[in-house]
Design a protein around this ligand. Sequence first.
Ligand code: CDP
Length: 215
Amino acid sequence: MTSPLVIAIDGPAAAGKGTIAKRLAAHYGLAYLDTGLLYRAIGRLAHERGLDLGDGAAVGAVARELDPASLDDAALRGREAGELASRVAVHRQVRDALTSFQRAFAVMPGGAVLDGRDIGTVICPDAQVKIFVTASPEVRARRRTDELLAKGRAVDYGTILAEVRERDARDAGRAAAPLKAAPDARLLDTSEMDIEAAFRAACGIVDEAPYRDED
Ligand code: CDP
């Protein structure tokens, strides 16, 4: 008997990993966890409480209190929450506080898809399928800008590109669980793909994964 399917999706901001992960979960009948929401919720809570976001001990205490049932809040999906998330996500204390919740989610009986920055490397190193979704910073900034413009926000491409680069540098440069592809992850570069093509490519990776032939 094979164990339930776990798919780990990692990658930088606006590469398409959230949409791909959600669609894979629906397609293969798996539970889905957007782990970025955990960091976003902690960033926002810490900010609301006026904490110094550079204080790992104080922000770690917020992380240990987090109620994962409180993640269903549209405000968490905004740009500001993303910024706050990446600032609190550098702390070891914050990451450690979230590890057991994420791992418990991953081992649920029906299988799961998790997306984030360190799923294939730290949270689920034994996931049967690992995909590192990426795209050039320019393409990602263009997508983010178009998304925000479609929501009626006044944003400009240059500002978003600078934000994308800054966030990449912070996520990849931190000591605790930096953003990087696991050695056994398949790379999916979506720079030249629309979401439909990216989803089909991701399904191809899942269908080809060795676990599918095991019994
Ligand atoms: O899609 P986008 O990158 O805008 O947002 P997200 O996936 O919600 O991640 C927001 C921030 O949370 C990232 O820039 C990371 O710093 C952090 N994060 C992390 O460190 N580890 C994760 N597993 C997920 C998010």
